[in-house]
Design a protein around this ligand. Structure first.
Ligand code: ADP
Ligand code: MG
Length: 686
């Protein structure tokens, strides 16, 4: 029996050197290679006659060699080899550049099938750099050929050869692990056929069926795994059971505002979870400004009053500092010790904090990701909260769990997503939704304008600043280039400071500044020592300056809808009428449609659905960003229909057989275990 888990190094054609190249592509075993999905295909099945071909098109043709090869050398380093041919419709030439060695390969009267790009030079039809073979061979021409993602030092043809070798020797060992009834119910291709056809599809139709089968299995396994993790969490009575204490109600009564109904509902869900002896794993979704922080504040209060420590993580230092400040304010008058731990704190102070955290004299620690590092030890961690942290996945939650004795966990996010996606991206979590904004908020007025309006906008900013308000000016990240981004921000800043608003206090904030500088600028803005803050998207999450009521976003067309919505959430936090002005420099109808959506609604749920429709799931909706295993073939957006089927099936199976004990699920069970192994969240069935 040849095992699929065999190291790729032992495949025919692979030695140590090539194996290391393959490992770069994530191919460690034979099975990895069998599941190495082409990124695209070269369809060489469409046979045409020369007369039918369009110029510039790639086509397969059957031709006959008419005469001798002819070589021209128009300049140094360039030789053109031309061989006259004809097909049943017309005469033409096979043309190769710098491949003189082909000159004597063919004989007059020989018939070939070729595939190449059709070109016209003067009155000549040429088939340029064609792939060729003998008629009837069907190795290269007349097939759909895979195009693989590559890395340096390995070519597509080499991978094709290796895949052929692997298929030849190992395909018959690939085990059908889906039960027969599922295969029949969804009319799925069998796994061996699917793997074969994903590499070398016999037809477009079979390729589609192969994709469907493999996407289905991938989504089914992932979804089942997530449901199993969730079930396991629910069944394990090893969580902390926090006491029901009256102080929490008193604390809520004493808040400077009364909670919205939505906040009350979510607080209740969290309290109930905390009182149960199973570990809480809850996602709190709520639009920007819906008041998630206070919900966290209450949960932390409950944990601390029950004698436990709590941790609150934020994605940036600015946000962490801000949470630290507001926690201190909320807990004023209570004996709750709150500390801030971020990179910019001096080493000595850090060490002191770490030791007080360890001996239990700190109750609540706020910080960035740094607070789940190895050297951070708690005395009695009971609750861990992460804010605005989309990239906080199964694995990191597992790390946190080990920092305490199965502490309760809350993840807060302002990016709402449709249920189908939430089920998979947050499939192992319970979900609470704050679907109501605190009362008295004035709707933010949003305008999308062209760059010709910039002068009028500046006048408007001036008027507001004179009245005592503050403004954000946001400029986009530039094509992954930090330097260019910062340069653009600096230029804008200098222009505002020196030319446009010489009488106002203008500040600059960008991601590459030292944390200390950032904090300082943010602090200055908060204290109204800065009127106008020019910034990159670093202000995207969380910062709260109620006196700021204008946001102008330059090149708004470069942002995602969800991101614009998030940015816009920085204003409209106080009692002043707030404005968001989107400067759209693009005439593209999709950009205009996106601007229109933002003008027409401030409901984050609506916006995220439209965003998905318009641009697909993109970065944010990838499984990896959510700390889940990477999807190799399925696409959460384009395969939404398959996702729904897989989810329904996963749910049915888990309901019927929560621990997957039935014989026909044993093989799926192994696949699930395999998928999640190494995720830090091993799925153990017992
Ligand atoms: P987000 O959900 O975006 O994190 P925050 O928690 O920062 O929102 O809350 C936004 C603002 O609304 C804060 O100034 C907060 O104090 C205030 N707030 C929260 N809940 C209420 C409420 N029930 N009534 C009035 N103001 C509230
Ligand atoms: Mg928040």
């Amino acid at each position: 029996m040849e095992h699929l888990s065999t190291n790729i190094q032992y495949l025919k054609g692979v030695g140590p050197k090539r194996a290391s190249k393959l490992r770069k592509l994530g191919i460690n075993t034979i099975e990895d290679l069998l599941y190495y999905i082409p990124r695209d295909y070269d369809d060489r099945t469409q046979f045409k006659t020369l007369r039918e071909c369009k110029i510039g098109e790639k086509a397969s043709l059957e031709v006959e060699i008419l005469g001798e090869a002819n070589i021209i050398r128009p300049r140094k380093n360039l030789s053109i080899l031309k061989i006259p041919v004809r097909d049943i419709s017309y005469n033409g030439y096979l043309v190769w550049f710098n491949q003189e060695f082909l000159k004597n390969k063919f004989f007059i009267g020989e018939r070939l099938v070729v595939n190449g790009k059709i070109n016209r030079v003067g009155r000549e039809l040429q088939i340029v750099n064609p792939i060729y073979e003998k008629v009837g061979r069907k190795e290269k021409v007349g097939r759909i050929m895979p195009i693989y993602p590559l890395t340096e030092g390995i070519t597509n043809n080499e991978i094709i050869k290796l895949v052929e070798n692997a298929l030849e020797k190992y395909l018959y060992n690939v085990d059908e692990f889906l039960p027969k009834d599922i295969i029949e119910k969804y009319n799925l291709m069998r796994v061996q056929d699917a793997i074969y056809n994903i590499h070398f599809p016999k037809s477009k139709d079979l390729l589609e069926r192969a994709k469907r089968r493999l996407s289905f299995q991938e989504l089914l396994i992932l979804q089942m795994g997530l449901f199993l993790i969730k079930n396991k969490n629910l069944n394990h009575k090893n969580g902390i059971s926090f006491k029901k204490i009256n102080e929490v109600d008193e604390f809520i009564e004493g808040l400077p505002f009364s909670l919205t109904n939505a906040q009350r509902k979510v607080v209740k869900e969290i309290e109930e979870d905390m009182e149960k002896d199973v570990q809480m794993n809850r996602l709190v979704q709520g639009d920007v400004g819906s008041g998630k922080t206070v919900v966290a504040v209450i949960a932390i209060f409950k944990a601390v009053m029950s004698g436990y420590q709590a941790v609150m993580m934020a994605p940036t230092e600015i946000l962490a500092s801000q949470h630290f400040e507001s926690l201190k304010k909320f807990y004023k008058g209570y004996d709750i010790e709150v500390e801030l731990l971020i990179g910019s704190i001096p080493q000595k102070k850090k060490e002191e904090i770490l030791s007080r955290l360890k001996d239990g004299s700190i109750d609540v620690i706020v910080g960035t990701h740094a607070i789940i590092q190895d050297n951070v030890e708690f005395n009695k961690l009971g609750l861990a909260i992460t804010d605005e942290q989309h990239r906080f996945g199964v694995k990191q939650r597992a790390v946190l769990t080990q920092k305490g004795d199965n502490p309760d966990i809350i993840v807060m996010t302002a990016t709402p997503i449709p249920r189908t996606l939430a089920l998979i991206l947050y499939g192992d979590l319970d979900i609470s939704i704050i679907d109501e904004l605190p009362p008295g908020r004035k709707e933010i007025e949003t305008y999308a304008v062209g760059p010709d309006m910039i002068n009028r906008i500046n006048k408007f900013i001036e008027k507001q600043v004179v009245e005592g308000r503050q403004a954000y000016i946001v400029c986009p990240l530039i094509e992954e280039s930090d330097t260019l981004t910062i340069k653009a921000a600096e230029e804008l800043y200098i222009n505002f400071r020196d030319n446009i608003f010489p009488n106002f206090r203008v500040g600059l904030l960008h991601g590459k500044m030292k944390p200390k500088e950032k904090d300082y600028i943010m602090e200055e803005f908060k204290n109204h020592n800065i009127d106008i803050l020019v910034s990159t998207t670093v202000i995207e999450v969380g910062v709260n300056v109620p006196n700021a009521n204008i946001m102008v976003i330059y090149n708004a067309e470069r942002f995602g809808l969800a991101q614009l919505h998030q940015l816009r959430g920085r204003v409209g936090r106080g009692n002043y009428q707030s404005y968001c002005i989107l400067i759209n420099e693009s005439n593209n109808p999709i950009s205009r449609e996106r601007m229109r959506i933002l003008q027409s609604t401030t409901d984050g749920f609506v916006i995220s659905e439209k965003d998905l429709e318009l641009r697909g799931p993109g970065e944010f909706f990838g499984t990896r960003q959510h700390g889940l295993p990477e999807l190799k073939i399925a696409n959460l957006f384009t395969d939404m229909d398959i996702l729904k089927l897989a989810q329904k099936e996963a749910m049915d199976i888990i309901q019927k057989d929560p621990k997957l004990e039935k014989r026909n699920y044993q093989k799926i069970k192994m696949r699930i275990q395999q998928l999640f192994s190494g995720s830090g969240k091993e799925i153990v069935f017992n």
